[in-house]
Ligand binder design. Structure first.
Ligand code: ADP
Ligand code: MG
Length: 282
């Protein structure tokens, strides 16, 4: 049986926004139950405002549920100590690479997390070097982070999480502000962490082509989980995805409108389906 790493049990989260003479309650996550297993790569999809970032912040005790419980390896963040324990298991990478960089030299930035954990200098040195190598940024260790590209900055941010040796990494739209090359670099890095280092990945994204690469896709709409399954199962429900305000991958769409196979995930599969119809002429 697979080992659970994060478990949401009937979790509701309500923001309280101060108005002039009242408090507006905004429910952002509504009665969500979700299990993330150790070693999994889960993509969370949803249009703007569907509750993805709130869900991400509930994963590592930045927020506490208004109702229900979030357990990380059985730990509930009911004290500051336990919240810290959870943050040593689940690391976060945010959308804007510039907001996550704290030091003026790449390797110092990566060392920041382990330093705060009180780890001894020789071990920090080892972790920083290994982490930078694993995101292919070792050669940039003496550079100034603000002079790097967006994709490089995000890889430094990911190295910072790896250096803390967290078992799970939650990335909240890490490629949203990047150009196609930067997106590609970050996605390849994320996949390698999962496949080669066994790190559990929760990737929040609104890019379908990224979600397709996950083991499981979870779709959120209006604070709730409305669909989940293997990418092919989820992407074969074109109309339902559209109803959640999501666009399906172009290849999926083309095969869907042509009345060919549902759940096509990429260009190669699409070409192969069209080729079958044309009797192998493509
Ligand atoms: P997503 O990441 O999918 O865009 P969010 O989790 O950021 O969704 O937001 C979910 C809902 O919560 C939205 O209606 C949003 O306006 C609201 N919300 C998010 N952050 C705050 C906040 N700090 N205060 C009040 N409401 C918020
Ligand atoms: Mg968000």
């Amino acid at each position: 049986m697979s080992e659970k790493i994060i478990e949401f049990k009937n979790v509701t989260f309500v923001y309280e926004a101060e108005e002039e003479d009242s408090v507006e309650k905004i429910p952002a996550v509504k009665d969500v139950s979700l299990t993330i297993n150790k070693g999994e790569f889960v993509a969370v999809l949803g249009h703007n405002g569907s509750g993805k970032s709130t869900l991400a912040k509930l994963c590592n005790a930045i927020y506490e549920p208004t109702e229900g419980t979030v357990e990380v390896k059985g730990i509930v963040a009911d004290t500051e100590e336990k919240a810290d324990e959870i943050r040593r298991i689940v690391g976060m990478v945010f959308q804007n690479p510039d907001n996550q960089i704290v030091a003026t030299i790449v390797e110092d930035d990566v060392a920041f997390g382990p330093e705060n954990l009180g780890i001894e200098p020789a071990e920090i040195r080892r972790r920083v070097d290994d982490a930078l190598k694993s995101v292919n940024m070792y050669d940039f260790r003496h550079r100034e982070p603000h002079k790097l590209s967006g994709g490089q900055k995000q890889r430094v941010a990911i190295a910072g999480v790896i250096a803390m040796q967290t078992e799970c990494i939650v990335l909240d739209e890490p490629t949203a502000m990047l150009d196609p090359m930067g997106r590609d670099e970050v996605m390849q890095t994320v996949k390698r962490l999962n496949e080669e280092m066994g790190i559990t990945v929760v990737l929040i994204t609104h890019f379908m082509d990224e979600a397709v690469q996950a083991d499981r896709v979870v779709v959120m709409d209006d604070g709730k989980i409305v669909m989940q399954g293997k990418p092919r199962e989820v992407f074969s429900q074109v109309e339902k995805l559209r109803a959640c305000g999501l666009d399906v991958p172009q290849s999926t769409e083309l095969c869907h409108v042509l009345g060919l196979k549902e759940g096509i995930l990429d260009v190669d599969e699409c070409v192969s389906e069209i080729s079958k119809v044309l009797g192998g002429a493509v």
